[in-house]
Write a protein that binds this ligand. Structure first.
Ligand code: HEM
Length: 462
């Protein structure tokens, strides 16, 4: 048995070549922190630490340890440094709130009904329309930039479903300025996190901070525009997310009414959380389909059988079981929100090797967890059959976490799944796709993950 003393004195593995003052900075780069951490996890094992300028980061990728961190009785979401940075635009909205901030519970209760099955049904026709914008665009192109087009699609989808706001992305030569501003803010936060001493970060990032302020100002102006347009119109007529929030704010008896500022923070949260991650998931799924012609053919046969050449009805989307498994497996290999952080509710220890005081926290490195030995001998291989029901049942719980965990797990999960399966099915139904044989998967990291410079040659199916 491990005693308290054993636990307390157990040193965690860490990268070799720890430098004085700076700590474990060698081998981890500003542009690839997640991939570098995956490589470290392979070398150092299921739990390791990096100490940077005196601040400790504990990274967990082992299934048993991650299972402990997912125990809601012992741990709660920790608002990690990267998320703290996002509070400058997201405040205490759903994603960035601490669990004990009153606005989290209020917004959760208020907005939960907008993510139930009946709500998904009401979004379906909009998702179909946006998918049609994508296919119209692809019909007039032979080579397409996959991540850019998936980002256009997912931004338009969340804009139109959630806020009845048209970003009109497919009628623009360049991404909507919101995307540039958002990527600017996300990347800036990620880079700033590398220097954990605030006064030093202020010096190092003085110029970048100014650009960040401009990006935030642009986002604030856009939000004002969205809210003003709605106030002028009175209602969207559809009971979208913005209607729900504004109606509650007008109702003096509604205990979940949110303030004006918080409504803006929720909008930006949904615009960001609601599109980057799904865009990456779709892009990775298309990458893997392009690399596995046999799986692509099987998926297309499924689409032909279930949908034929018709536009799918709501109920026909979840019937694409293989397409769903392709999405699940893509999110296993590249969970596009690659980490979440968990904080101890009381003094405790995990795995009998790492003691944690109340408030101490650790990252669950999801791509590492998704490559734990529990996934078999070849965890890097793309195999959608891992998600056949019998195989899912044979694995322990808490080994697949692309949606986070517990009460703070992704509220938009069903939304993302419906959208992604619908779009993958539509592409398979209408197009032949081919990747450049020389393309090697590279990952772009900007808080979320995305295939980099991935193009497809597309042609309309005979
Ligand atoms: C493939 C797509 C997506 C992935 C992989 C994903 C992943 C995640 C993860 C891992 C978390 C938990 C983060 C944490 O614990 O710190 C989360 C939370 C959240 N997601 Fe998603 N997400 C996706 C799509 C969406 C969509 C489409 C929406 C909205 C329409 C959305 C809205 C949110 C919100 C609001 C939260 C915060 C929930 C809370 O804390 O109460 N996400 N997501």
């Amino acid at each position: 048995m491990v005693t308290d003393v054993d636990v307390a004195t157990h040193a965690l593995p860490h990268p070799s070549r720890r430098l004085p003052f700076l700590g474990d900075v060698l081998g981890v780069h500003a542009s690839t922190p997640v991939q570098d951490s995956i490589a470290l996890a392979e070398k150092l094992g299921p739990i390791f630490e990096r100490v940077v300028m005196g601040r400790q980061y504990v990274m967990v990728s082992g299934a048993d340890l991650a299972g402990e961190l997912c125990d809601e009785h012992r741990f709660v979401k920790h608002v990690s440094p990267a998320i703290v940075g996002l509070r400058s635009i997201g405040g205490d909205a759903l994603f960035t709130a601490h669990s004990d901030e009153p606005n989290w519970q209020k917004a959760h209760d208020l907005l939960r009904p907008a993510f139930t099955q009946p709500a998904m049904r009401s979004y379906h026709h909009i998702m179909v329309d946006v998918a049609a914008d994508l296919t119209a665009h692809w019909r007039s192109h032979t080579k397409v930039d996959v991540s850019a087009d998936m980002t256009k699609l997912t931004l338009d989808t969340i804009g139109r479903t959630g806020f009845s706001y048209g970003f009109d992305s497919f009628n623009r030569d360049k991404p909507h300025p919101f995307v540039d501003a958002m990527v600017g803010v996300l990347s800036h936060n990620q880079r700033r996190e590398i220097v954990p001493i605030p006064w030093l970060a202020d010096i190092v990032f003085r110029r970048a901070d100014r650009r960040n302020e401009r990006d935030k100002h642009y986002i604030a102006t856009l939000l004002d525009d969205i809210v003003r347009t709605r106030r002028d119109a009175g209602t969207s007529g559809r009971g979208d997310l913005l209607d729900i929030m504004l109606d509650a704010a007008r109702d003096a008896d509604n205990p979940n009414a949110l303030s004006e500022i918080n409504i803006r923070q929720q909008i930006v949260t949904f615009l960001i959380a609601g599109h980057e991650t799904t865009s990456g998931a779709l892009s990775f799924a298309l990458y893997y389909l392009s690399q596995h012609p046999d799986i692509l053919e099987a998926a297309r046969a499924e689409v032909d059988e279930v949908w034929g050449s018709q536009t799918p009805e709501f109920e026909q989307v979840p019937k694409l079981r293989l397409v769903r498994r392709i999405l699940d497996e893509s999110l296993r290999l590249w969970p596009t929100a690659p980490a979440f952080a968990r904080e101890a509710r009381e003094d405790t220890s995990i795995g009998g090797i790492h003691s944690m005081k109340k408030g101490d926290w650790a990252f669950v490195l999801i791509p590492g967890l998704h490559r734990d030995p529990v996934w078999g001998d070849n965890p890097d291989a793309f195999d959608p059959d891992r998600f056949l029901s019998a195989n899912v049942r044979s694995r322990p719980g808490h080994v697949y976490k692309p949606w986070g965990t517990g009460e703070r797990a992704c509220i938009g999960r069903q939304f993302a799944i419906h959208e992604a399966v619908l779009v993958l099915g539509t592409i398979l139904q209408q197009f032949d796709i081919r990747a450049d044989p020389d393309y090697r998967l590279k990952i772009e990291e900007r808080l979320t993950l995305m295939p980099k410079n991935f193009e497809l040659t597309v042609s309309v199916r005979e």
